[in-house]
Design a protein around this ligand. Structure first.
Ligand code: SF4
Ligand code: SF4
Length: 273
């Protein structure tokens, strides 16, 4: 950190980082201190940011929303296009936020939102070098649900994330302590591959990530990747209040899924709420 940066300057810098990223399209912005990885021990130590980049002090987590009416057509090319759009947006916001911090004299870069070469790699090893979900939890954006996603008050699990890692000692945001997941089980019962097994002793269900990745490999070949049904059906989130139980009719889902990807008429997925 430049020696000349005072506490009040850091308060101003935090405000500017949040303003800039929001103006570029981020719906959610939260800041975590790297000490939270040590405090909560939710991953192996090799995954702590400070054990990979020793100078890192903060992780700025940026989120963009996934529009419910598009997600509810999944698996479809409509949702594929949205997924690609959120990826482009996240890349831009993260790059420019890190660049802004660099130009103010701080170390900063972004850890990309997905970070795998091909879905076939995930089938063999379904994990990333850095968890955006855990970072989002530590940054105060939400809590982790039964479906292993970050559940936010605003969008439930319908948010995509990216993280900027920096040595700028911005004030961390408070974490959300009360679980947002209401354990309704809809994500579990609607998974087309039965990837989840509920557990009584903790919120997050047991998840067969290999099976989920293998299904995604099939969907990708059919140009209607990713799945995301376990996020589409979640009743949590202010966006759900806007659209109600469903934003599209079953007939409408069938119609959308019948175009633009490799799927036979009649072979489409319903959402069972
Ligand atoms: S993404 Fe689809 S296949 Fe994977 S766990 Fe969620 S509902 Fe199941
Ligand atoms: S669908 Fe229900 S159980 Fe699953 S994450 Fe959402 S609130 Fe939790």
């Amino acid at each position: 950190m430049p020696a000349s940066v005072r506490r009040e300057d850091m308060t101003r810098l935090k405000r500017r980082v949040k303003d800039i990223s929001r103006r570029m399209g981020a719906n959610l912005v939260g800041i975590a201190s790297v000490e939270r990885w040590e405090q909560y021990k939710m991953t192996e130590e090799d995954f702590y940011p400070q054990n990979i980049w020793e100078w890192s002090k903060r992780v700025i987590v940026l989120g963009v929303q996934i529009f419910l009416p598009m997600l509810e057509t999944t698996p479809s090319v409509v949702y594929s296009e949205l997924y690609n759009t959120t990826n482009r947006l996240l890349d831009d916001i993260a790059y420019k936020t890190a660049n802004f911090l660099n130009q103010n004299g701080f170390r900063a870069f972004f850890f990309p939102r997905d970070c795998y070469g091909d879905i076939s790699v995930l089938v063999k090893k379904p994990e990333a070098a850095f968890s955006q979900v855990i970072a989002g939890y530590f940054a105060g954006l939400g809590t982790i649900g039964a479906n292993h996603t970050l559940l936010t008050p605003e969008y439930g699990p319908r948010v995509r994330l990216v993280s900027v890692i920096t040595d700028a000692a911005l004030k961390p945001d408070p974490m959300i302590k009360k679980d947002i997941c209401i354990r309704c089980g809809r994500c579990i019962s609607n998974c087309p591959q039965s990837c989840f097994t509920a557990r009584d002793d903790r919120v997050a269900a047991e998840m067969d990530k290999h099976r989920c990745a293998a299904y995604h490999e099939k969907l990708k070949r059919e140009y209607r990747y990713p799945c995301g049904l376990c996020t589409a059906v979640c009743p949590v989130g202010e966006d759900r209040q806007i659209y109600g139980a469903s934003s599209i009719s079953e007939k409408g889902i069938g119609h959308v899924q019948s175009f633009g990807s490799k799927i036979s008429v009649g072979e489409y997925s319903y959402i069972h709420l």
